[in-house]
Write a protein that binds this ligand. Sequence first.
Ligand SMILES: [Zn+2]
Length: 164
Amino acid sequence: MQSDWIGAAAENFRKGRRGFEPKAIVIHIIVGSLESAGLTFRDPRSSVSAHYGVGKSGNVHRFVQETDTAFHAGIVVQPTWRLIDPKVNPNFYTIGIEHEGQPQDAWPDEQYRASAALVREIAGRWKIPLDRDHVIMHREIRASKTCPGSADIDRLIREATAVG
Ligand SMILES: [Zn+2]
């Protein structure tokens, strides 16, 4: 799929995955523009990053390689995710996708479409099943956050499964 490489500051991600492979995809909301996410991830003081960002118009930005560890879901608070490994930082075995917008926003069709295509691509590369155990919301790892807000994960999985 069409995407733009933006990158992230070396301080905001870790090379490699300590031997782990991605087994799930974590969905986030930026609470701002796609541009603002790129600026934050390139700021060496922010200590945060994600692998991808999807804009409201369906544009995709890449920040961190899938084989590297982005800092997007490393804080675990009362997790409800069934497959969480309590002994390992979730960043080592997940891929993070940010989405442009505010938590209460209804995602435009283009954003769902692009995110679904991206999810399908990632899932294919790493043999990740397209279901609710493997495509999850950030707040299922960190209950103290509302992230990703009102995003419809079932729709995302449905579209990812249907993408031809
Ligand atoms: Zn998040």
